[in-house]
Write a protein that binds this ligand. Structure first.
Ligand code: FPP
Length: 242
């Protein structure tokens, strides 16, 4: 099993439109698919699930859709917090959270605090998240440390850089799942996905169920991960080519 799965939950709007429903209904159904995925990942011993809920670019959607999504996040958090706590989920929101409505920020703070000492799956919800922004902020923090004299530029290495990212402390995703057939990374976890296996499915996110997740995991298990070397990590088997 992968230790960390990341998901780009694409296709909510198309799912709704194909059924003659407003796009918003697709987002509502998307929440159900996310709950199912979280529960299955937790049951199957996957240590972390990171989901792309709202990108820094999503603000350019029509105002009513943005408002609907913000209200949906609030409602879902309010409704699900008790069960997240009970199921030992550790929830974190990754992104520039200061730009979110203040009620949502309060709920995020409460949820983060209440679940921080849990010992189950790490559930990272990327909200107002952009990979390039995250990298720039990490560079800024390192530069500030150097300016203050707390760090020498010479000592900046991959570990020092990773520890300034929003995902600090989390292992990098082993598997990236993107639904609805698009083959893009869309500014998601640009640093962390360096060696992730990418799985794209035509299934639209609201239809992503146990069978779809099983297919993604079986596909992942069939991959030979060499991390740039010749041998799969953790085996001594020699391969003929890379
Ligand atoms: C992409 O589909 C999906 C989103 C922008 C929103 C995803 C959000 C959720 C499923 C809710 C998560 C909520 C919490 C609180 C964790 P799209 O609208 O881009 O679909 P399209 O490509 O078909 O238009």
């Amino acid at each position: 099993m992968p230790a960390h799965v990341a998901v780009i939950m694409d296709g909510n709007g198309r799912w709704a439109q194909a059924k003659g429903l407003p796009r918003m209904m697709g987002h509502r159904a998307g929440v159900e698919a996310l709950k199912t995925t979280l529960r299955l990942c937790s049951d199957w011993g996957i240590g972390a699930l990171t989901a792309y809920a709202f990108s820094t670019e999503n603000w350019s959607r029509p105002g009513d859709e943005v408002n609907f999504l913000m209200t949906l996040f609030e409602k879902v958090l309010q409704k699900e917090l008790d069960s997240l706590e009970k199921e030992q989920v550790v929830i974190r929101f990754l992104g520039d959270l200061k730009a979110l409505p203040s009620r949502l920020q309060d709920l995020i703070n409460e949820a983060t605090k209440r679940t921080s000492t849990n010992n189950g799956i790490h559930f990272n919800v990327c909200t107002n998240y952009g990979g390039r922004h995250e990298l720039v902020m990490a560079a800024k923090k390192l530069a500030e440390k150097c300016e203050r004299g707390d760090m020498k530029a010479d000592l900046i290495d991959e570990n020092a850089f990773a520890s300034e990212l929003l995902t600090a402390g989390e292992v990098d995703p082993d598997l990236l799942i993107r639904t609805s057939g698009e083959r893009r990374i869309s500014n998601f976890l640009l640093w962390q996905l360096a060696y992730a296996e990418i799985y794209v499915t035509d299934v639209l996110w609201p239809d992503f169920d146990e069978a779809a997740l099983t297919r993604a995991l079986l596909d992942y298990q069939s991959r030979c991960r060499r991390f740039g070397g010749l041998k799969p990590r953790g085996t001594s088997e020699q391969l003929e080519s890379d």
